[in-house]
Design a protein around this ligand. Structure first.
Ligand code: PLP
Length: 365
């Protein structure tokens, strides 16, 4: 280990990477989350020894002891970020330092070892370099990077594990919604909540997702696309979706998003849209918003748009909101200009087509 928290990565190129013709066929319509690249990064952690054994090698199945702590007590955290193909053929990361910082915060919450930001960033850059042949050559094409950490000590006692594995895998990603995002219908869950005060809602951990799936299934049963969660204490305040933050746009030109109270995941897309809107002189409030007000404001026309945001889909307009005994439309039931303009502004920066006043874009090659 160098003094700067950097490790030298052992490079182990894939002995049999996917045939270029087969890869090209896959990349013509990669969809999301299934076109896995040839390589992965792995770094091990052991108490007393620290982070070691960093490598970029072939993507392959893991061999793990069935008693590994992650299988039993779910010590697992993850990140999601994209490397974007630029117009000139180069590639760039967007705010990867913010993902590194959030990964650190998630690790602390789940009593896992902290991976130094520099090592997180180095791992991501190494994987993009190894798999640079995997960028889809389509507008909006990107590599979706999935860094994650699991506890792999074989021990059934309940305490933080002493051994961990950090991995980064990647999938080629097309535009998440081809031809622009359609407006989605949300189901308001009354039976389930996502995160309680003092819980793990602000950590990006798999457990939060596991706990949201029954609510998501309920949404699908009711013919809706996604579930929207209310706060656990009062069941009154709108928080977020299972994997996206929420914004509300009003007729007076202002924007609102629920505050980071500890039960909401601090989205980097959320933070970026806040900055872009503020830069444009829009009044933005990080304030709680009651479901009852959402409904009243949508019906009165005071609220003109609502949309969800996250790395994978960027901005998703919300057309309708349903729940037990209610059903209301937002705006005209389709996407509106505020969501479209914010999406264009953000993707313009990410793809190097617009000025980057905050220094969010890091060119890789
Ligand atoms: C990842 C995630 C988001 C969005 O975060 P981004 O950094 O914008 O991708 C929002 N909510 C939840 C619960 C998440 O896990």
């Amino acid at each position: 280990m160098h003094g700067t928290n950097l490790l030298s990565f052992v490079a182990e190129p894939h002995p049999a990477p996917m045939d270029p013709a087969e890869r090209a066929a896959l990349l013509r319509d990669p969809g999301f989350g299934r076109a896995f690249t040839d390589h992965m990064v792995s770094i091990r952690f052991e108490q007393g020894r620290g982070w070691h054994d960093a490598r970029v090698g072939p993507r392959r199945p893991l061999e793990m002891d069935p008693a590994s702590a992650v299988f039993h007590y779910a010590q697992e955290i993850f990140e999601g970020l994209k490397a974007y193909k630029l117009a000139d053929g180069g590639a760039a990361l967007f705010r990867a330092d913010a993902n590194a910082a959030r990964f650190r915060a998630s690790a602390e919450r789940m009593a896992m070892p902290v991976l130094p930001d520099a090592l997180f960033l180095q791992a991501v850059r190494e994987l993009v370099a190894a798999d640079r042949a995997w960028f889809p050559d389509i507008p909006g094409g990107s590599l979706y990077l999935r860094p994650f950490m699991i506890a792999d000590e074989a021990f059934l006692g309940v305490r933080p594990a002493s051994r961990y594995l950090f991995l980064v895998i990647a999938t080629a990603a097309g535009a998440y919604f081809r031809g622009g995002a359609p407006a989605v219908t949300l189901w308001t869950s009354e039976d389930y909540t996502r995160a309680a005060p003092g819980g793990t809602g602000a950590a990006k951990c798999g457990g939060n997702y596991a706990g949201s799936l029954a609510a998501q299934a309920e949404a699908i049963r009711h013919g809706c696309d996604q579930v929207v969660f209310l706060d656990a204490a009062e069941r009154r305040w709108v928080e977020e979706l299972g994997g996206m933050n929420l914004f509300f746009a009003f007729a007076d030109g202002s924007l609102r998003t629920p505050p980071l109270s500890g039960t909401i995941l601090p989205g980097i897309t959320r933070d970026s849209l806040l900055a872009i809107a503020r830069d444009a002189g829009v009044r933005v409030e990080e304030e709680r918003y009651a479901l009852a007000d959402w409904r009243a404001d949508a019906e009165s026309g005071r609220l003109t748009e609502a949309f969800a945001c996250g790395t994978a889909a960027v901005v998703t307009p919300i057309g309708r909101v349903r729940g037990r005994g209610f059903d209301f439309a937002v705006g005209g039931g389709a996407g509106g200009p505020v969501a479209a303009e914010l999406k264009a502004a953000l993707t313009g920066i990410q793809l190097g087509e617009r000025p980057d006043p905050h220094g969010w874009v890091e060119r890789l090659f």
